[in-house]
Ligand binder design. Structure first.
Ligand code: MG
Length: 498
């Protein structure tokens, strides 16, 4: 095979892989949004076949031959071709290390586990879900041992979601946050608290739905290519940069829950929608890592969405949806959505406590994967850590260990990305402010200059650069978690008038 043949074949393979992912993603989206409860078994069969095809495309003899040929011509490849080749070779080595039957069985297991998890969460019945989680943990440990026998298994899993991340880096990162932010939180909870009762004024789901549509327009999401669905656990799914779906939920007595989830998922969607056209339907055509993804979503949700300026801007639209709010000032609303309050649910947590929810999961995942604890012991350990770090008592597993969908979907090693992403975002904001008057833009609801800055420095590159390199190029400096610490200290001083 010569280089030109290899290039042509690579292009065909990428098209086919994208088609396979599109089909599987659509089935998963349907499972989460519309599919009747008892359809998981039939869908599982289809997913197993499709994932087998995907496996063959990515790890079959033809893929091997093409990648071998490209690897021999590394010097002649463009930077994008080199990156694709490196990524695909790494992926191929991983897939080759895992027997195809195990790979297929795992896809079927997580499909079923998601359905069981939903039922378990509804009924707060951890015992129902535990055997599935035990198998998922076991499979992840086994895959790690097969693929990366010289690495600690959890280091292998962390790298899957954030290329280059390992426990050593995570430990340093979380220690920095703990050192500077735990004392800050201890100080904040002693202070007179903003009144949050106004956040629980009833707003009917239909009105929240109209608000969600409006928010998507304000963020600058292209509605021709970005849909909105309803699920218990909000998420973003991209089939390609031309078809991105976000979801939200509507709680009548908690309208900001939907509002901030739409802004969060909107941040994910903007990233996907604005990767460069030239990377579409290739290996580089999506966001590079979960950490960078969360740096975008949490940036929109918190650094922008919970700013005094944006809350002031959106206040009239909110009072339209919820007339009772007009008895309160925008300032009161802004302080309410920024209250530091140790609580039970990660996705509802404020910025001052959020990373502690992640820290709990990080420590538990580490212990589960190292075998130090078993899935049977998990709820007790979970509840202990929530008491220790957040000072809250978990009333039942629905509000505890069963709250997130990640483990049911087989995503172990994902959680640290949320905290890292928040910290990346704070440094991006500081850099952005050198050239964009961010808060003036927010005060008039003008996201165009902000979006343009991120599109130029982050979004358009898709997966071309590894996360640390992408970030360093955008920032002109290495990542430094102290930007996040300082951002939170400054915000605390504002919200609490310190
Ligand atoms: Mg997210």
């Amino acid at each position: 095979m010569n280089l030109e043949e290899a290039r042509k074949k690579l292009s065909g393979q990428q098209q086919a892989e994208c088609a396979c992912r599109h089909a599987m993603g659509m089935l998963e989206y349907d499972a989460a949004t519309a599919a009747p409860k008892e359809t998981f078994a039939a869908r599982g069969r289809t997913l197993a076949v499709l994932s087998g095809w995907g496996h063959g495309l990515a790890a079959g003899p033809e893929a091997q031959a093409v990648l071998d040929c490209l690897a021999e011509h590394m010097d002649e490849l463009s930077p994008a071709e080199r990156r694709v080749t490196q990524r695909k070779r790494k992926n191929l080595r991983e897939l080759r290390a895992i027997p195809v039957e195990e790979y297929r069985a795992y896809a079927a297991l997580t499909n079923e586990a998601r359905t069981v998890w939903e039922r378990a969460k509804t009924n707060s019945d951890y015992a129902l879900f535990e055997p599935y989680l035990a198998r998922i943990v076991e499979a992840n440990r086994r895959f790690a041992a097969l693929v990366a026998p010289d690495k600690a298994p959890y280091d292998y899993l962390l790298d899957k979601y954030e290329e280059g991340l390992d426990m050593a880096r995570c430990d340093v990162f979380f220690d920095t946050l703990r050192t500077h932010l735990v004392p800050l939180l201890a100080e904040l909870v002693q202070l007179p608290q903003p009144d949050t009762r106004l956040l629980h004024e009833p707003v009917p789901a239909a009105r929240q739905g109209r608000l969600a549509e409006k928010l998507m327009d304000i963020l600058g999401l292209d509605r021709g290519h970005c849909g909105l669905g309803v699920t218990e656990h909000p998420f973003t799914m991209d089939f390609s940069k031309y078809d991105v779906r976000i979801t939200t939920h509507y709680y009548e007595n908690d309208f900001t829950s939907s509002m901030f989830s739409v802004i969060h998922e909107g941040g994910h969607a903007l990233y996907e929608l604005h990767t460069a056209d030239e990377f579409a339907f290739t290996d580089l055509g999506g966001g590079v890592s979960m950490g960078i993804h969360e740096s975008q979503s949490r940036f929109y949700e918190n650094l922008l969405g919970r700013s005094r300026e944006f809350v002031g801007f959106i206040y009239p639209a909110l009072t339209e949806a919820c007339p009772a709010l007009s008895a309160h000032t925008p300032e009161e609303l802004w302080r309410a959505v920024n209250r530091a309050e140790p609580s039970l649910i990660r996705t509802e947590a404020d910025e001052f406590t959020y990373y502690l929810h992640v820290l709990v999961r990080y420590e538990l995942e580490k212990s589960l994967i190292s075998g130090e604890i078993t899935t049977k012991e998990l709820p007790e350990r979970w509840n202990d850590l929530y008491r220790q770090y957040l000072g809250v008592t978990v009333p039942d597993d629905r509000y505890g260990v069963l709250q997130d969908s990640h483990w049911a979907g087989g995503q172990i090693g994902y959680f640290p990305s949320y905290a890292l992403g928040s910290a990346y975002g704070a440094q991006l904001l500081a850099k952005m402010q050198e050239t964009v008057d961010v808060y003036a833009c927010l005060a008039r609801g003008d996201f165009a200059p902000i979006n343009a800055w991120l599109e130029t420095r982050i979004w358009r590159f898709g997966s071309l650069y590894p996360p640390a390199e992408l970030l360093e190029r955008a920032l002109g400096a290495p990542f430094d978690p102290m930007y996040y610490v300082n951002y939170l200290k400054a915000k605390a001083a504002e919200v609490y008038a310190l």
